[in-house]
Ligand binder design. Structure first.
Ligand code: 5AD
Ligand code: SF4
Length: 460
């Protein structure tokens, strides 16, 4: 965060390593805001830091392992600088608590997903030589302002695309998922506070906001539901684009589809996690929709905007998944034709229902299925991207290309990354781009002579 790297002469330096999802990225930003008030300044290097925080993820076993191997690397730094303080936050911290302190004596403090705003108090204690594990959960009110206002009132410069958390936690207990254990039950933030944070982000440079929550479309606070919240945010002066992630297919309805199609800021892109194409597996995952109802829901969008862009999450190798059931997932993605798939091998998480299911598959079966899924999807993406060549797209510019001269980069409303040659546009500008080439995961284009916006909505 830019505002954070001011003169650091009188303060301490903090390095935060973020793992996992966008919610963790958002939490890291909030940690920076909190620490700035304590006279800590951001550094990009471990070696330079007085304080290192690992904001951890436990969604899959691999993510959890990364934390422990990183802690191994930090050992030498602590030996070289015994004054260095090391803290572990996020989902692994929430689950493991004190066990982390016992496992690694270099760790000074552990804090849970509800406790990041208590960092100042924790730091005062650790500087007195205490070791701390603080993973306390708070009163579970259904609606609560779980982010202190001072953190977003002090935002000075923000990103062109910013995240904004509207709910945290989850009540769904999908059988594979650890999140209800690590993030707790669902809490919605009050709409007034969300609007105030959005206003602050826009006034400090943000042009696109992505609303975050484990299950955003079950948001409800003070009589305002998710669609009403979208209507309120859509009116915000200066906000160009609004997105959200992730909605749950079981709560996706016509009212939400109408809002996506009709509200000008809402983009023609949706991330809707499918997880599997087999109804039996979906039932065992406790997802509460079928392939048919999922298809009906996305049809509400594609029937009105045929080029509507879709992305999803897929898990392969769920316990008991047969070859035929895996084949149903492949057929499903061929039918739907997603623009992007985040695909994962099933990873058993202790304490979840599916971890105790029979029929766990071998690593080699999971790897083989993942490979088939990736190959199938690669072909679909290539066709979807190729179909955009020759079209004109509205692109929100995010900055200059890290290698290529006179080239800027940005995203279409469909969330496809684009690089544009010969453009003098600046971060935050909107421009119409003629797409000239499709690469494996991105598009290339040139400034179009068309002046008026040709977002797909205006064409529909
Ligand atoms: N194993 C594999 N993937 C998982 N996900 C969540 N839990 C697991 C797990 N135990 C995936 C789901 C979810 C995404 C964020 O991570 O696809 O949508
Ligand atoms: Fe996990 Fe399911 Fe909740 Fe998503 S909806 S966070 S997958 S339990």
């Amino acid at each position: 965060m830019k505002s954070f790297s001011q003169n650091s002469e009188n303060g301490k330096k903090v390095f935060i390593q973020t793992y996992g999802c966008q919610m963790n990225e958002y939490d890291t930003d909030k940690m920076f805001e909190v620490l700035r008030h304590e006279n800590y300044f951001h550094t990009d290097s471990h070696e330079d830091a007085d304080l290192i925080i690992l904001n951890t993820c436990s969604i899959r076993e691999k993510a959890e392992h990364k934390v422990y191997s990183e802690l191994g690397r930090l050992r030498d730094l602590k030996t070289a600088n015994p004054e260095l303080k090391i803290g572990i936050g996020g989902c692994v911290a929430q689950q493991e608590g004190e066990a982390i302190l016992r496992r690694d004596s270099n760790v000074d403090f552990v804090f849970g997903t509800d406790n990041l705003f208590e960092l100042p108090r924790m730091l005062r204690k650790i500087y007195k030589g205490e070791k701390i594990s603080n993973i306390q959960r708070y009163d579970r009110k259904r609606v609560r302002n779980f982010i202190p206002e001072y953190t977003f009132q002090k935002i000075q410069h923000s990103r062109i695309r910013s995240h904004l958390t509207i709910t945290k936690g989850c009540n769904n207990y999908c059988s594979f998922c650890i999140v209800p254990n690590t993030r707790g039950l669902e809490v919605s933030r009050e709409p007034d506070q969300i609007i105030a944070e959005a206003e602050r982000l826009v006034s400090t440079g943000t042009r696109e906001i992505c609303l975050l929550g484990q299950n955003v479309n079950s948001y409800i606070a003070n009589g305002v539901d998710f669609v009403e919240l979208l209507h309120l945010l859509d009116k915000l002066e200066g906000l160009q684009r609004l997105r959200f992630t992730s909605p749950h297919p079981k709560d996706f309805n016509e009212k939400l589809a109408d809002a996506i199609v009709s509200l000008p800021t809402l983009c023609e892109h949706l991330h809707l996690p499918l997880q599997s194409g087999s109804d039996r597996i979906l039932r065992r995952m406790r997802r509460w929709y079928t392939m048919e109802t999922y298809f009906q829901k996305i049809s509400m969008l594609r029937e009105r905007i045929p080029e509507f862009s879709l992305s999803t999450d897929i898990i392969v190798g769920f316990p008991g998944e047969t070859d035929e059931e895996f084949e149903m997932t492949i057929e499903g993605i061929r039918k739907i034709r997603f623009d992007l798939i985040y695909s994962f091998k099933y990873s058993p998480r202790p304490g979840t229902k599916a971890a105790d299911y029979p029929g766990h598959l071998s690593e080699s079966v999971k790897s083989e299925r993942l490979k088939i899924l990736l190959e199938t999807q690669e072909k679909i993406v290539s066709e979807r991207f190729q179909a955009l060549v020759g079209t004109e797209q509205e692109v929100l510019i995010e900055g200059t290309h890290h290698r290529k001269k006179n080239t800027v980069t940005g995203r279409t409303r469909g969330n496809h990354p684009v690089s544009i040659k010969n453009s003098t546009k600046k971060a935050g500008d909107l421009m119409i781009v003629l797409i000239t080439k499709a690469n494996k995961n991105s598009l290339e284009g040139v400034p179009s002579s068309v002046i008026q916006s040709l977002g797909t909505k205006s064409l529909a």
